[in-house]
Design a protein around this ligand. Sequence first.
Ligand code: 2NL
Length: 355
Amino acid sequence: MAQAVYLWEMEQILQQIEAYKSEMAAFEAATPDAVEAFRIKYLGTKGLVKSVLGEMKNVPPDQRKDFGQVLNEFKAFAEARYEVLQSAAAPVNAAANAGIDWSLPADPTELGTRHPLSIVRGQMVSIFRRLGFAVAEGPEIEDDWHNFGAMNLPEDHPARDMQDTFYVKEGSENQSAWLLRTHTSSVQARVMETQKPPIRVICPGRVYRNETISARAHCFFHQVEGLYIDENVSFADLKQTLYFFVQEMFGKEVKVRFRPSYFPFTEPSAEMDISCQICAGKGCNICKHTGWVEILGSGMVHPKVLENFGIDPEKYTGFAFGMGVERIAQLKYQVNDLRLYSQNDVRFLQQFKSV
Ligand code: 2NL
């Protein structure tokens, strides 16, 4: 009779175990908190697994072995389910289960490049700095005086025309006109206004001219102008400085030639050509089969310009020059269309990655 009671009780316990197992199998835990709730309910010190194990004491000795196996298997089932829930709820482990290896290196990010004009301006500035030139900057919106008047451009000079220059504000009898600077000479004017010789500056910056946009012309471009004023500055200094510059820029093999020219702000004036970098002087389309390409304008600062700033032209002389950054970049990197510089086409820009 006693035997029958045990059997009945054991049957009940086994049924209960099966019920708990299907309950555990169906248990979903999306968060670590829910996983912890599972642990407390089934595996905690007052949990269901412990309480079923506690039934062991009521099992008759000859059946303890079999029953012990059932209970161990039940406990292992609960622990295995707990582990599965735990790894599913932890995000990194979830990723690991999804086959993601977090120890792999990240996808490479596309690096941008410096703009070719920034690269070339940087090279130009660095060469002149080594010769002792300081960098000066100034406003892009200028008054009539700093852009034109001080530079000895007469009132009726064609560059002053509305057709050639962007005016922000027209001038009147007692008000100066405001305009977008047409060269960075205006910055040098501001340097001469505030500093005494010796003056040795270069002025890199954006300048504006009213041009129809094409492969060869744009309404804005970039310039580096230079100015050196001291006692006994000669045309020989001008030539040697500019020769050194192009040798550093294009290599020691480069040849130069000077052609007489005219600018209102210099006297005498000269344009400088270098041997064509494409055909090395043999003759090609770029140099129009002359072997030479023009790269800059230069000259000895006009005495009128010095006087405009109270610098005595009997005591001081100076040379000045101006060149386009686009032009230098074109010759160095064979950029054949000015518009490329401002279109921001990454296929163009990416080509300067290795420079
Ligand atoms: C060109 C020619 C030039 C200058 C710029 C200059 C500045 C001062 C005084 C005298 Cl403060 N001259 N600048 C001189 C000669 C030529 O530029 O073709 N630029 C693109």
